[in-house]
Design a protein around this ligand. Sequence first.
Ligand code: SF4
Length: 118
Amino acid sequence: MTTSTEELAQKAEQALSLIRNHPDGIVQSELWKELGIDSRTCSRILKHLEDEGKISRKSVKGNTYLVTWVKSDKKIDPMLIMAGEAILPCVACTEECDVPSCKMLEDWIYELVFAEME
Ligand code: SF4
């Protein structure tokens, strides 16, 4: 089975989401079945995610691996969500998200542009 780079990226996102939803970890063989991909493709994706430090794999029995999400300890610069005095609206948003047509986000981006000009 050949999988395009775009499909792989999409499956990697889905895999990460599934892994995050299993705080105690998910067995690799269960993961590839849930993703609807073969074990080899799953291994490639997990190797990539592991190299990026997003997941860890540990052998629990023979060829059975438990995959867990690695919580990032990177600190987020709070200034990245500020535009002058305006905080990024997504932080406390409860709306149905539609980024391209979001007026709140558009207004915040304008604030950001003006804050950068000051
Ligand atoms: S883009 Fe708009 S709708 Fe989406 S989370 Fe941010 S503020 Fe909310």
